[in-house]
Design a protein around this ligand. Structure first.
Ligand SMILES: Cc1cc2nc3c(=O)[nH]c(=O)nc-3n(C[C@H](O)[C@H](O)[C@H](O)COP(=O)(O)OP(=O)(O)OC[C@H]3O[C@@H](n4cnc5c(N)ncnc54)[C@H](O)[C@@H]3O)c2cc1C
Length: 416
């Protein structure tokens, strides 16, 4: 059913009895053309674009829990396209353009809110780097504005501008950046894919792979074997777990990333602010809670909860930037398992194993990439070749040396 003001009115007048489930809870069939493992935003978007853009509709998304139970439902919902390098910026700007048309495309309210993302700078060198980044963004069709201290002060007068260690010198503002409602993005893609014939199979864990003559020709699951011509992995922090079943080692480390939400407050922060001298960023949800996050925990883990040292670290950064946060009570914290690549850039590619395709390495920032990731992975699965937008996001770049190290920090997952 199509959502519109007319469907709202019709249901309001008939006791809300006409609504249909947004997607079917499908049982797995014995075989598909394509299986996408992982019912997060990336997996569901991949299935949607496979059906919509390439007419491949005999597709299943296989999810071990419920859709959106992984990082897609745990992130801090920030979207932006403020990247520097040619391997990244066109991809993220394409994602931003897809966000801008997403709700009309999916006929679903994903609460895309272009409220602006402001990256603060605290040194002259950092301001120079932001000027360069802003220019790279504009060359790729994105919007960017370099603000001086007065420009930042006009937006957020309560920041600690004269902090002795981290004085605020200005910032790089992307007005088209902002937030989107993470659950709604998952549900919107699920509904869109389902309408095009995709089976969304929940409570079905992939436990291994069916192989013939070296190729992957299906998956073993807790609900039995399912065959497929192609299998795409979009399982974020669980990627290395699954590829280990194929004796494939990846340049990925899994780490916990935590996020936090405060008690509900009156409107205080209308955009997204990121601290430039440490890992801390904050925005305010529509319910009034301040949503903030920081660094990954400093050890490898598949657990979906973090530890106290990072909580302290995030609180310190928060206080350095917005001292009044010291009087705010924290409501909840949670964690997700991040797929940290060694250069901070994702991998969307074929693999050396025929029939197996890879979508991983999203580090801190895969939510904003959801539309472009699904769009490019669908292309790669359909055409057996990467699109120009993900051509540099190759798996073999770590062997050939063509890494895309956005921050220039090397193989240090916590710095990406
Ligand atoms: C606290 C936190 C804050 C973040 N903030 C931001 C942000 O503000 N902006 C941003 O851009 N990004 C952010 N991210 C990153 C972003 O959430 C992720 O990069 C992105 O959601 C990854 O999407 P996905 O669909 O690949 O992964 P997921 O949503 O994790 O989906 C993978 C799915 O695979 C399933 N799965 C795993 N193993 C199997 C198996 N064996 N069989 C079947 N299914 C399996 C899981 O259950 C899961 O549902 C944040 C992440 C966290 C944890």
């Amino acid at each position: 059913m199509r959502y519109s003001v007319f469907s709202l009115l019709a249901n309001a007048l008939t006791g809300q009895k006409g609504w249909k489930p947004a997607w079917r809870d499908a049982a797995p069939k014995p075989a598909y053309d394509v299986i996408v493992v992982g019912g997060g935003g990336h997996g569901l978007a991949t299935a949607y674009y496979l059906a919509k853009e390439h007419g491949i509709r005999n597709v299943a998304v296989i999810e071990k829990g419920w859709i959106g139970s992984g990082n897609a439902g745990r992130n801090t919902t920030i979207i932006r396209s403020n990247y520097l390098l040619p391997g990244n910026e066109p991809f993220y700007e394409w994602s931003m353009k897809l966000w801008e048309g997403l709700e009309q495309d999916l006929n679903y309210n994903a609460m895309v809110s272009q409220r602006g993302v402001l990256n603060l700078c605290h040194t002259d060198a950092q301001r120079d780097a932001y000027a360069r980044r802003g220019n790279a963004m504009r060359l790729n069709g994105a919007d960017a504005e370099l603000l001086d201290q007065d420009g930042v002060r006009a937006m957020y007068p309560f920041l600690d501008f004269e902090n002795a260690r981290f004085p605020i010198k200005g910032g790089l503002l992307q007005r088209r950046g902002g937030t989107a409602r993470h659950d709604a993005v998952v549900w919107g893609y699920a509904r869109g894919a389902d309408r095009l014939g995709v089976d969304i199979v929940q409570n079905c864990e992939v436990t291994g792979f069916i192989r013939e003559n070296g190729a992957v020709v299906g998956v073993e699951t807790t609900r039995g074997p399912i065959r497929a011509k192609k299998v795409g992995l979009a399982v974020a922090g669980s990627t290395s777990r699954l590829t280990s079943k194929l004796d494939m080692r990846l340049p990925i480390e899994s780490h916990v990333l935590q996020a936090f939400v405060s008690e509900g407050l009156k409107p205080l922060i209308d955009g997204v602010i990121t601290f430039g001298a440490g890992h801390f960023y904050v925005s305010q949800s529509d319910k009034g809670g301040l949503v903030f996050g920081g660094d990954i925990d400093g050890y490898n883990s598949y657990a979906q909860r973090g530890n106290l040292p990072v909580v302290e670290d995030v609180a310190e950064s928060a206080m350095a930037l917005i001292p009044r946060l010291g009087r705010v009570r924290m409501l909840r914290s949670w964690g997700g398992v991040m797929d940290m690549s060694m250069d901070g850039t994702p991998i969307i590619d074929l693999t050396p194993i025929p029939g197996l395709y890879l979508n991983t390495g999203w580090c801190y920032g895969g939510f904003k990439a959801t539309p472009a990731s699904g769009w490019c992975f669908a292309w790669t699965l359909a055409k057996d070749a990467p699109h120009a937008l993900n051509a540099a996001m190759r798996l073999d770049r770590f062997r050939t040396g063509h890494i895309i190290d956005e921050k220039g920090v090397g193989a240090q997952p916590n710095l990406h």
